[in-house]
Design a binder for this molecule. Structure first.
Ligand code: HEC
Length: 228
């Protein structure tokens, strides 16, 4: 085969393979919700704020993020554009039209980032009502930690069996954490400011508050043997 044809054939093969290659090669970012929303009631507006960090590190400005939500059972769905309210920080007001479980995700830069399933309460629920105390507070805290592990974007860089999430970080990727457990004091410092522990780390400071850190530690250490 003449050389030109070989090159052409290779080019065609490369092009044919394109759709199977990740569309986000080189471009990925971590979305971090400011907070996991408390009681969300059908028909009531809920404000969602989040930061977008390229490769988990530098905040990305001037994006046009979209939040898409789909009801698990009825498949009702809607999409809302977010606006930038501070450099690299965005917010959107969502109204979930009906009660039930909603799958939702954020599209901002690179692949869509799924958010943890959200349970929307029926229209007549009083959002201020004090929720019933959980039977097992430790398990409830660890469960909140699992939710935050996805909502804060940890799952973009870290695999963990305790959450459903398709990891997509291609670099800056951290270790698998399914069997991980760590000293709570170390973890509290690490999660609050990784660079204060290791100045050369690729793990970002995601602006977590104390309560979030406590829940994340409970999740990470959930299966660990209690310390002697
Ligand atoms: C941008 C990618 C990225 C994100 C997002 C990220 N991490 Fe990491 N993480 C890393 C990397 C990389 C390491 C490996 C340590 C290093 O490079 O210094 C790491 C290490 C860790 C460790 C091991 C610490 C140790 O030395 O024992 C824990 C635990 C951890 N991360 C938890 C989290 C949690 C919880 C979140 C979300 C709040 C998170 N990470 C978000 C990249 C990330």
């Amino acid at each position: 085969m003449p050389r030109k044809h070989i090159l052409l054939t290779l080019l065609v093969i490369a092009l044919l393979n394109l759709p199977t290659m990740p569309a986000f090669a080189g471009g990925w970012a971590v979305a971090t919700l400011d907070a996991w929303p408390g009681a969300v009631v059908a028909g009531e507006p809920v404000e969602i704020g989040f930061a977008i960090r390229q490769h988990g590190v530098t905040t990305l400005e001037a994006l046009a993020p979209v939040i898409t939500a789909t009801h698990r059972e009825t498949e009702a769905s809607f999409a809302v554009d977010a606006v930038e309210d501070a450099p690299g920080h965005y917010s959107a007001t969502l109204i979930f039209p009906e009660a039930g479980e909603w799958d939702w995700m954020l599209t901002a830069f690179g692949p869509d980032q799924p958010l943890p399933t959200l349970t929307v309460l029926p229209e007549d629920t009083d959002p201020e009502a004090t929720p019933e105390a959980p039977d097992d507070p430790d398990a409830a805290l660890a469960e909140l930690g699992a939710t935050l592990f996805v909502a804060k974007g940890c799952a973009v860089c870290h695999e963990h069996n305790g959450v459903e999430f398709e990891l997509f970080a291609s670099n800056n990727r951290g270790p698998e954490l399914s069997d991980y457990s760590g000293d709570p004091d170390f973890l509290a410092q690490w999660l609050a400011d990784p660079a204060s522990v290791d100045p050369s780390t690729a793990m970002p400071d995601l602006d977590l508050d104390e309560g979030e850190i406590e829940a994340l530690i409970a999740f990470l250490n959930a299966d660990a043997e209690p310390a002697e």
